[in-house]
Design a protein around this ligand. Structure first.
Ligand code: NAD
Length: 246
């Protein structure tokens, strides 16, 4: 059976790539493209909507889809706990609807996050460095925020305290943002797409876990998996790993 798909943010870098991937893939049909200023209407009769927009508008788009009984695959960053709990309340009214929120659809990035979580309890020090193209509007990236959260949880479970850091004087924020107790640094550089390093340090050793997306096509197999699977996963799922059996 063909899955009919609407793309919200279809004029953007990710949205346009998703439209091409949906058109080219077997078993999916692109039925609607929406961008800023368009009325979502009935989502073009789609069964699944894909949202790659901006953090401020994504929750409103997703709420609209949920009300219409349309499953949603979300790549837009900025889904913190407050937005997620509002979404869970909306889904209580439509328990058959599935929403996948994935900070990163690249398989290597999903693995990077898992490996970082696995390694976290063995290392006293950890820092996350995310590197992106300079047109990215939000920092840190959704991937970095989620990685920091996973590392923070693993450290807490292992009884690790704060990362060692003697800094007392940092007027310009050179030590980065502290996300779930993990310092996160954001680099914006022309020529880059989406990259991240997790640096783990212990006495006399360092483990570096790095992932690079050189092209937005790296996200498409994950997005297509999301489109195919979201209908079978009612409620909110955060992270593509839950669809991959990782
Ligand atoms: P972009 O700026 O190229 O595209 C965003 C698009 O959303 C634009 O076309 C814009 O006009 C549109 N838009 C804005 N407001 C809208 C509205 N109200 N309704 C419909 N469309 C609207 O950005 P991008 O590089 O494509 O990234 C989009 C989002 O996806 C960002 O949050 C980015 O961080 C995230 N992202 C996620 C992944 C992932 O794997 N999860 C990968 C890359 C980027």
């Amino acid at each position: 059976m063909t899955i009919q798909v609407a793309v919200i943010g279809a004029g953007g870098r990710m949205g346009a790539t998703v439209c091409e991937a949906v058109e080219a893939a077997p078993g999916t049909e692109l039925v609607a493209r929406f961008d800023e200023g368009d009325d979502l209407g009935d989502l073009g009769g789609a069964q699944v909507a894909v949202d790659f927009t901006v953090p401020d508008v994504s929750p409103g788009n997703v709420a609209r889809c949920v009300r219409q009984g349309v499953h949603v695959v979300v790549g837009t960053s900025g889904w913190g706990e407050e937005k997620l709990s509002a979404l869970r309340e909306q889904l209580a009214e439509r328990p058959e609807v599935g929403v996948l929120i994935a900070p990163n659809f690249a398989i290597g990035a999903v693995l990077m996050m898992q490996f970082a979580q696995q390694a976290a309890r063995f290392y006293e020090s950890v820092e996350v460095v995310e590197l992106h193209h300079p047109r990215k509007v939000d920092a840190p990236s959704g991937t970095a925020a989620r990685t920091a959260e996973m590392i923070g949880q693993a450290r807490a479970e292992a009884g690790l305290g704060e990362v060692p850091d003697a800094t007392t004087d940092d007027p310009d924020g050179a030590r980065g943002a502290l996300v779930h107790g993990v310092p996160v640094h954001a680099v914006r550089l022309r020529g880059l797409v989406a990259h991240q390093e997790v640096l783990l340090g212990g006495e006399g050793e360092q483990l570096t876990i790095r992932h690079d997306s050189f092209d937005r096509v790296s996200f498409m197999p994950g997005v297509l998996t999301g489109i195919r699977e979201v209908g079978a996963h009612p409620g909110v799922t955060v992270g593509l790993e839950h669809y991959l059996g990782i």
